[in-house]
Design a protein around this ligand. Sequence first.
Ligand SMILES: Nc1nc2c(ncn2[C@@H]2O[C@H](COP(=O)(O)OP(=O)(O)OP(=O)(O)O)[C@@H](O)[C@H]2O)c(=O)[nH]1
Ligand SMILES: [Mg+2]
Length: 343
Amino acid sequence: MNTYTLTDLGWSERFANQITDETANLTPARVYEVQRDLLLVLSETGPASLFPVQSAGDYAVGDWVLSDGAKAMHLLEPSSNLTRKAAGHVSYQQRIAANIDTIAVVTSCNADFNVPRIERYLAMITSAGAMPVVVLTKADRCDTPHDYVRRAERISPLVTALAVNSKDPEDVARLIPWCKDGQTLALIGSSGVGKTTLRNTLTGSEAETQDIREDDARGRHTTTHRSLVPTPYGGWLIDTPGMRELQLAGMEDGISAVFEDIEELATQCKFNNCAHMGEPGCAVQAAIAAGELDEDRLERWRKLVAEDERNSESIARQRARNKAFSKMVKKTVSGAKKRKGRR
Ligand SMILES: Nc1nc2c(ncn2[C@@H]2O[C@H](COP(=O)(O)OP(=O)(O)OP(=O)(O)O)[C@@H](O)[C@H]2O)c(=O)[nH]1
Ligand SMILES: [Mg+2]
């Protein structure tokens, strides 16, 4: 692997400002892969592996850490932080990637294209503090790729969408502005949409890709871990495994941004606490009646707001339980030490 300057790696004043007198003797390094008990990092002196001082789940690909040569002693506050509620019946927020400037929602011009899912991703990306783009792959397999571009851009003014054949370097070159000169671009989306194919075309790598199932266009979860790789344009790319489950938590601001039209209408309702369920003077229902707002979109907004609230509450409850438990453990341990001391 080449060596890079800190600027090449995406370092900025924002991170430099977090260095204190106590940490001034440590070396900045950027995480390119999080393994179970090890962080793989890049610094000005080249690649290295570091032991995490916190649990591995506290780190994400793209993070900046300060290293003493063997351990990641300090984790710097990221400029953007992509998370989701961890999959399954657990209540915590899982970190996916950090310090990403732009996140591409990758979906295909086929049965994978799904407006509710794109809305979810957009809320996640906006809450993460990154800029979203929608990349519509497999344009070469579709007669009307521009219909997909229009449908994606209609979702929100936040969306810039482009249709590409992921195997065509000329098409894929349209992504270069987001992954050049120290900029980081992450690719997220379902399995089989062509994230790794885009990565291979952009970076000239040969990471494994696999055909999708013919019947329902679903992928086979070929990529199994997240990694930060250099592009030939002086920037960085994060390829991710296709996500099976995508639940929101703590993303109220992202939902508001994606559904700004509804939230704006809601400010014009007669009652502050209008539930838009048929109250008099409801601007949201009036917009539906006038054909200016899609009723399904209102339902999707309600669903995401409720899901985000539910998950945020269960995460807060779990945190409180963990805190109470560790307090109890500390008390028991210190009680035992005191008793031992008295003997
Ligand atoms: N014709 C065509 N095929 C594509 C395009 N993009 C991806 N493919 C094919 O779609 C299949 C899946 O692509 P991958 O790049 O493995 O998909 P992925 O998003 O990385 O999938 P996971 O790693 O499972 O999350 C492969 O057979 C690719 O060759 C495209 O734009 N056009
Ligand atoms: Mg892949």
